[in-house]
Design a protein around this ligand. Structure first.
Ligand code: FES
Ligand SMILES: [Fe+2]
Length: 446
């Protein structure tokens, strides 16, 4: 489709007023597919889902179906799941292992690196005039970070390292802790009648937790024998809220060496989580340095545009529908009790039957619906909390909010959205230089 080249001004930086038509407008949505999902690096999979040569995993970039493969030499490819002949889907399975993909329409056959290998009648009916080397599957640019696979359709995009920028300083504290890496379990998949941007901005909304999740928190904290948090306790938490290069982050500052507050810990298994945490700490410290190993833990976050809450995808399915894929990432060498605890804890909190997820779904749905009706759609959202109250920080990279609770990151997310939507190419999209000091040995993918 041709680019619409409309200039957007949907958020007022000084007041945080947000034009809510961007949640429902079909033209805006179609332009997002081109200018955001056609351009940005997107999380599409994990190396643990395709460990062997010729493994494949079917995924999406925006609405485009994508085959993620590891070819027979071990190289990763993200390719449009579309036959170059008439456009039939090459694979119909979610995952598997295959040396070749044969299109079920006329039999054109591709190898796991996307090359067109065989065409029935190449000599008899095409007279050897078909240039097979030009008719391989359409390839995206692929890169990995700590086992997470990212891809972009725009081959002129900056490197993934630049794209993540200083956000990696925080992401490392969950995704890049261990030499042996992580494994992805899942996904749980489900649809919600919400605009894809509502869960992304919710990932930076720590304000809602004590109200939206009141009943879930009551059940959860009662189970753990703790009182539920009040607003005052929420506001007093020594957490930090920051925005880097389009990515929204929240971190917990940990003053002692307690294990991460992972879902799935119970009074019975807590000591196993604790031992695992302590035993692995020397390795983590070697990888991340003392500060990040001991005192910083990534919490709610989003990776622009649609990676949320860890390895979870919010896939657009029209302006009023989002398909969620929720994975849980666990250290590969974690004890079985930790793996089982985290798996159960994740499914108990998140996913269509998740206790906390159901609270959120209700809000996102209602916020999206408000943009549909005639009077309501003309009243802007108010994202004014903490306007002007963020700064650079001596320790933490990025733009750091003065208060843990603020709408700084929502303003940042919609401003970033505008930058993508108003750009003609990557040349027009600013990227902050990497300035964080990455103590320790952990690299992008090592
Ligand atoms: S559409 Fe694939 S072989 Fe014809
Ligand atoms: Fe929530």
């Amino acid at each position: 489709m041709s680019l619409i080249n409309k200039q957007y001004s949907v958020i007022e930086p000084g007041t945080g007023k947000l034009d809510r038509s961007i949640f429902v407008d079909e033209d805006v949505y179609q332009e997002e597919l081109v200018k955001i999902f056609g351009r940005a690096w997107q999380m599409i999979g994990h190396t643990s889902l395709i460990p062997n040569p010729n493994d494949f995993f079917h995924t999406y970039m925006g609405e485009d179906p994508v085959i993620l493969t590891r070819d027979n030499k071990g190289k990763l490819h993200a390719m449009l799941n579309m036959c170059r002949h008439r456009g039939n889907r090459i694979i119909r399975a979610d995952d598997g292992n295959a040396k070749n993909f044969m299109c079920t329409y006329h039999g054109w056959t591709y190898t796991s690196d996307g090359s067109l290998e065989h065409v029935p009648g190449e000599e008899r009916v095409y007279f050897n005039e078909l240039n097979k080397s030009d008719l391989g599957l359409i390839q995206a640019k692929v890169d990995t970070y700590a086992g997470l696979v990212f891809a972009t359709w725009d081959h002129r995009a900056p490197s993934l390292k630049e794209y993540l920028g200083d956000a990696r300083w925080y992401l490392d504290t969950v995704f890049n802790r261990r030499d042996g890496g992580q494994q992805a379990l899942g996904p749980l998949k489900w649809m919600e009648p919400v605009n894809w941007k509502t869960p992304v901005d919710n990932c930076s909304d720590n304000y809602h937790t004590v109200v939206t999740h009141l009943s879930s928190a009551l059940a959860y904290e009662t189970f753990h024998g703790r009182p539920r948090a009040t607003h005052e306790q929420l506001f007093d938490r020594p957490h930090k809220h920051m925005f880097v290069n389009g990515h929204g982050l929240t971190v917990r500052e940990i003053s002692d060496d307690t294990p991460r507050d992972r879902a799935g810990q119970t009074n019975e298994n807590r000591h196993i989580f604790l031992n695992f945490h302590r035993e692995t700490m020397p390795e983590v410290e070697n990888r991340l340095g003392h500060l990040r190993a001991h005192n910083v833990e990534l919490m709610n976050h989003s990776i622009f545009p649609n990676g949320v809450l860890g390895f979870r995808l919010a896939l657009p399915r029209g302006p009023l529908m989002t398909e969620f894929w929720h994975f849980v990432l666990i250290d590969k060498d974690a004890p079985p009790e930790v793996i089982e605890g985290m798996r159960r804890g994740s499914a108990g909190n998140n996913g269509p039957a998740g206790l906390f997820e159901q609270d959120d779904i209700d809000n996102w749905r209602s916020v999206t619906e408000s943009a549909k009706s005639q009077v309501a759609r003309n009243i802007p959202q108010d994202l004014s909390m903490g306007t002007g109250r963020s700064n650079s920080h001596l320790i933490y990279p990025g733009q750091v909010s003065d208060e843990y609770i603020s709408e700084h990151n929502q303003r940042g997310f919609y401003t970033r959205w505008e930058e993508f939507m108003n750009a003609n190419s990557w040349d027009d999209i600013p990227i902050d230089p990497i300035s964080a000091s990455f103590e320790g040995s952990a690299e992008m993918d090592d």
